[in-house]
Design a protein around this ligand. Structure first.
Ligand SMILES: Cc1cc2nc3c(=O)[nH]c(=O)nc-3n(C[C@H](O)[C@H](O)[C@H](O)COP(=O)(O)O)c2cc1C
Length: 191
């Protein structure tokens, strides 16, 4: 029987007028078609985490809505745009607020941006997640000139490539998610 993994999708942009939810909804459509993943979402536009990393009452409120979704995850998809050849500050803040929640779990990426399709942001995120003992998935989904790549209904104008890339990425994520979940259950991660 195919195991069902808890997937948490992090929407990494909180910019006013952002494009991120269009890409997130497209990806969630793919996840919902599968019987091996159940998705939760952390949307950084709805998460008011302070950057001071101080455990104030405001921070506790924000963490109450985010930390359980990270703890419960067997696998992550991080959706990131590219800002100045990197990833958004709000995304780094969410990552830095947590530690054990990422450990010994797989992280896959969907990126978007201008010419680079967010790939520079993804490569930088791989370094960050390595420090957190997370395993990043090789294949990604990326949208170059994202604003022009989707129609008014939020569908990719040319879906063949993105659909295939999403399947490959999610298949790899499920393999790693299953393997690491079984390993964690057998033996607590000791890194
Ligand atoms: C502050 C800022 C910096 C950006 N820098 C880059 C960049 O370095 N490379 C790139 O390809 N696109 C860049 N862009 C374009 C964004 O990736 C693109 O507008 C994307 O849709 C932003 O995601 P969002 O709409 O969800 O916030 C930048 C956009 C902003 C707002």
């Amino acid at each position: 029987m195919t195991p069902n993994l808890n997937l948490t999708l992090v929407i990494g942009s909180n910019r006013h007028g952002r494009f991120g939810p269009v890409v997130a909804d497209w990806l969630l459509g793919h996840v919902r078609q599968r019987d091996d993943l159940t998705a939760r979402v952390i949307d950084l536009a709805e998460t008011d985490l302070p950057t001071s990393l101080a455990r104030t009452p405001e921070a506790a409120d924000a963490l109450a809505g985010t930390t359980p979704k990270l703890s419960a995850a067997d696998a992550f998809v991080v959706l990131t745009p590219e800002y100045n050849h990197s990833f958004p500050a709000a995304l780094k803040n969410l990552i830095d607020w947590h530690y054990t929640e990422w450990r010994a779990k797989p992280v896959a990426f969907v990126s978007y941006g201008g010419l680079s399709g967010g790939l520079r942001a993804v490569e930088q995120l791989r370094q960050v997640f390595a420090e957190l003992h997370a395993v990043t998935v090789r294949d990604t989904v990326s949208f170059h000139n994202a604003g022009d790549s989707f129609d008014a209904q939020g569908r990719p104008k040319d879906p063949t490539g993105p659909d295939a890339a999403a399947k490959t990425m999610l298949d790899q994520l499920v393999w790693w998610g299953t393997a690491l979940k079984e390993a964690r259950e057998k033996r607590p991660y000791a890194g």
